[in-house]
Design a protein around this ligand. Sequence first.
Ligand code: FCB
Length: 466
Amino acid sequence: MTRSLHHSLPQLRRSDFTSDFLWGSATSAYQIEGAAALDGRVESIWDRFCDQPGTIRDGSNGAVACDHYHHWPEDLDIAQSLGTNAYRFSISWPRIFSGPGAEANPEGLAFYSRLVDGMLARGLQPWATLYHWDLPQYLQDQGGWLARDTVHAFVEFADVMSKHLGDRVKHWITHNEPWCTAMLGHADGIHAPGIKDFKTAIQVCHHVLLSHGLATPVLRANVTDARVGLALNLHPISAASNKPEDLAAAQRHDGLRNRWYLDPLYGRGYPQDVWQALGEYAPQVAEGDMQAIAVPTDFLGVNFYFPEMVVHAPGASALDLRLVDAGDVERTAFGWEVAPEGMTSLLKRIQDDYQPGAVYITENGATYDDHLDEQGEIQDALRRAYLIRHLAAVRNAIQQGCQIKGYFAWSLLDNFEWAEGCSRRFGITYVDFDTQVRTLKLSGKWYSDFLHERETATASKWQSAA
Ligand code: FCB
């Protein structure tokens, strides 16, 4: 059962945050660009995956998506009109490299050059993500992330992109959500490349982290004043009961969901309790890998969506646990639990356990069933409330000592939501996928009012609106 939103919203003003706080929105290449076969772009693992029947809920794919490849000036205009001062995008690797040993594709490079110039012209600080899940298919054919060679191919990609854009792009995110690359793509198989093998997933995860570690010094060498980090999806984890076995299961799940990434990145190696629980599934680690992964970074990107609850369940998974439904909680249309207070506690926990320095919320947002009303508007009061409550959660974390320096709303645009296809809208801007007309939703208007410090953004007006 889904509870609706009955409680009042927190008061929130832009001036609650420091004047140098970064305000942005985020997107990713495969989800918005379209133009899948244009200007030398080659096949990505997502093109191939979407072609297989039954992989995508509504049978759609990213071949056209928001056609951002052509609509980018308009999209950046929207980002500017919101009053944001940063924009997070990702670079499509298959637009840059077409095959083993190929030279970088000048048309692909030129597209990102134009895009970055477009951001700078609009006062948007560019935040480039190198890997947001669209591996070139030719690399998958050679083993994908299971092959150690892909690590080196990624470092080359990072080298080329940072040489090309490094005079203008200072903020680099090596990877978006390595957990998703590894687990959704290689254990659950619900994302490209659709492999279902837990041992493969754990090795993939190691290679992804290693590629972050090896690319980081290259980015720094190529970019004066580089700021390099990565974006992790992190989750508050709880046990379904106080039984010792459930508490231990929660500890293991937290281990593989959160600590498996944070521990090695902050120099502690893989958590020993998880390593032991993994047994035969533990990854192969070569000498020097852990030192490479522990390379110092300039920030941690946190993508926050939902908490998880687990029970001990022997045989149910490699770690003998199972996710359970948290019951009568508030949820988005995806079924994801809405838990802003969980976001505050997660951020505090990261600060206490890892002292990561600067933290940016590199994604946060929600999907609801949006409809154009008779006036041609989208009254997404729930998404607006979601934003207000999560921004208040960020403010609370800052008050508790967390060094959070910026927030990127996911997403600027409705887009191709991976296995969910175009059926899950996360945008603060509505996209009509047939006509490519963009319409700012109520949530987008609120974000704009909030950033421009218009009186209309203050919470009292919204008390009864949701
Ligand atoms: C994150 C992804 C992003 C989008 C949101 C809803 O896991 O990074 O591309 O799919 O979820």
